[in-house]
Design a binder for this molecule. Structure first.
Ligand code: SF4
Length: 173
């Protein structure tokens, strides 16, 4: 399994830098767990022995943005909280990706109120929406597999000198 099976005969193999970088990135997606309310419990459950997110190389949740490349926003984001979420996203190094986990994060959910942001895509570039109230842990794992597939198709030059999105929270109530 792994590189040993390729190296056992000739001791070398040829590939492209793009393929190698994409393979390394997709195999070590480290989440920034932005657990804000009830959906966060399901996100935590994805790390337990039953769901075992470590099978996908993503069990490293260190609560520090500087080593993360996947922000998982799980919960109800208020206008008071949104600048904090955005600040942590800005502190993550490029390239980086975002999950909107649950109905509240994706649309405001049941909270059609003055205080709740009606979808985090108003201030973050969301890559994947995870349906549910709350979504099951295996739904999160399915999203992880999909983002790995997306990362696996990226090229190194794609992220060179890329401009940061200039997004602000929109007050729409
Ligand atoms: S989507 Fe449901 S479970 Fe998730 S934060 Fe909103 S109310 Fe809670």
């Amino acid at each position: 399994m792994g590189l040993e099976s390729l190296l056992k005969e000739d001791g070398f193999f040829t590939t492209k830098v793009d393929a190698l970088a994409a393979w390394a990135r997709k195999s070590s997606v480290w989440p920034m767990p932005m657990g804000i309310s009830c959906c966060a419990i399901e996100m935590m459950a994805s790390g337990d022995p039953k769901y075992d997110i470590a099978r996908f190389g993503s069990e490293v949740m260190r609560f520090t943005p500087r080593q993360c490349d996947l922000m998982i926003v799980a919960g109800t984001v208020t206008y008071k909280m949104a600048p904090v979420v955005k600040k942590i996203y800005d502190q993550m190094p490029d390239p980086k990706w975002v999950f909107a986990m649950g109905a509240c994060t994706a649309t405001g959910g049941i909270y059609r109120t003055y205080s709740v942001v009606q979808g985090i895509d108003q201030f973050l570039p969301v890559d994947l929406y995870i349906a549910g109230c709350p979504p099951r842990p295996d739904n999160l794992l399915n999203a992880l597999i999909q983002i790995q597939d997306k990362i696996g198709r990226t090229k190194v030059a794609q992220f060179k000198n890329s401009k940061l999105p200039d997004l602000n929270v929109i007050q729409n109530n």
